[in-house]
Design a protein around this ligand. Sequence first.
Ligand SMILES: C[S@@+](CC[C@H](N)C(=O)[O-])C[C@H]1O[C@@H](n2cnc3c(N)ncnc32)[C@H](O)[C@@H]1O
Length: 234
Amino acid sequence: MSDSWDDLASWWADEVSDDPAYEHDVHPVLRELMAPTSGRTIDLGCGEGQGMRVVGGDIVGTDLSHALLRRAGSPFHVVQARLPDLSWLRSGTFDRAFSVYLVDLIQDHRAFFRESARVVAVGGHLIVVINHPVYTAPGSAPLMDPDGEVLWRWGTYFLPGSMPEPAGDRTIEFFHRPMADLLSAAAAEGWALEALIERGLSPRTIARFPEYMGQEHFPRIAGFRWEKMPTDVS
Ligand SMILES: C[S@@+](CC[C@H](N)C(=O)[O-])C[C@H]1O[C@@H](n2cnc3c(N)ncnc32)[C@H](O)[C@@H]1O
């Protein structure tokens, strides 16, 4: 297992530039969820900055990997830090936080929701795009039945767990939690769900990666927009 995203930086930068799924599948979800929001923004797990370039404007990015942050560069302000810890930020600093393909790399998702709720002002937003939980369940995989139909094996969907995934010549650990755990954890930290998007891979991505043929209707991407509720002081 690799915990060092500096070692994965070149692999990830190649992956991002070569994978049509970002342009055709992930970024449209991010844009749609961000559209009704505005204001001071932080990208949690910004990597080499593609999310910040898609969203545009004055954004602070934070990430574990110094090598990836160097690629993000100007005009964005970037800070190297290990999430979910955001103790280096004052409460209510931002109007919105967004995070693409980060939450399923974080073991403590409750701390992620708690810390993001602390640094976003009341009435602000959290936008998250991740691999759909159906896709991250340990043991989940496509199966072909004898007549050629592609089916989905659910694996241990209801149990939180983790699964190593290949990343170049290394592996990344993905943390799985069922949709109910994710939504309940966010709600417990004061996030009210405003929008949920579930998508499969687009025809353009499948045309580029024919090994996904037959999987068009499988959930692959999940996107969320939450509004920060006032803390109950009664
Ligand atoms: C799959 S990449 C996504 C990057 C970016 N959001 C994007 O969409 O291109 C995951 C990113 O999360 C960062 N990361 C992983 N674990 C982290 C942690 N505990 N704290 C901060 N960043 C982390 C990695 O360095 C990497 O840049």
